[in-house]
Write a protein that binds this ligand. Sequence first.
Ligand code: MRU
Length: 355
Amino acid sequence: MTAPNILQVESVAYDEAAGELILLDQTLLPNETRLLRLNSVEPIWEAIYALRVRGAPAIGIAAAYGLCAVLHAHSDQDVAGFRAAFGAVKERLASSRPTAVNLFWALDRMQGRLDGLVEAPVPALKRALLAEAHAIKAADMRMNRAIGEHALALLKPGDGLLTHCNAGQLATSKYGTATAPMYLGQERGYNFKVFADETRPLLQGARLTVFELSQAGIDVTLICDNMASMVMKNGWVQAVLVGCDRVAANGDAANKIGTSGVAILAKHYGIPFYVCAPTSTIDLACPDGAAIPIELRQPEEIRSMWYARPMAPEGVAAYNPAFDVTDHALITAIVTENGVARAPYTESLPPLVQP
Ligand code: MRU
């Protein structure tokens, strides 16, 4: 059987009849397309923690549907028990990954929907929560398309673009964020030439970004992270586009480890550096990057995980932050679904977040 085009497979879906969260297991890509069907809290927590589903918007959507899946079989007679179970599942899923604010944004939206239905019986609560999860996913699709339009207006046909990690369709409901202008440009004959950093240590660029962009027929070239400077110096990059896990009120932006280095390089070579972020990724309650929690992951991801044999002495100390913060001074603009924010971000972001 031939493998499906990965763009035809949804990263996150929900089977209403079975009450199951369906996840495309991204840890197996690009070699295997396997769907997971989950309906209990620990496997859903593990799927988020282990990056089977990853990317800020996809994590939020998965958590919203995850709540529905876990509560699907809950007794229709026990309202107090249903609300208590909701709280427990929400708390557990919120502990899966700390940096992407979309996870907490989506869980809080689900909580708001539940809290708004004071007298409702359990079946009505289940229906309302599922409607909210569907709305979160549908809104994500609309936001990404709008980000694509705003970002495309900043680019020219034939531009060379560089991206880091995977802020693509696999990380969202559709289009991706940083990749949305690439997909729209592809539809409109822009002939972009994309360079994708492999993105050490978990290789989201190599395994995911070049996979989905090449399946879309976009001209994409894989580079190791330490080749970005060379590619920029050669004059092959006219803009850098990255996604984001959390934007602070002052415009500091946390994204996959290595992003801030790319921004420093872009500044050096005079290349615009754009952060593509739906408003679900903007956390105005977070004053600056120092207040963004940065996830630390297992040393094995650096020492041995991707190799046939370990590539570092056994037990050697390894520091493995999953994200870094790009200083707002290095960011040319933050592209949201509601428009493009430029410095000073403390003034330009609030009207876009609450238009
Ligand atoms: O650890 P990951 O793979 O979840 O990190 C993902 C990123 O850093 C993405 O760039 C970000 O979540 C934006 S996805 C539209």
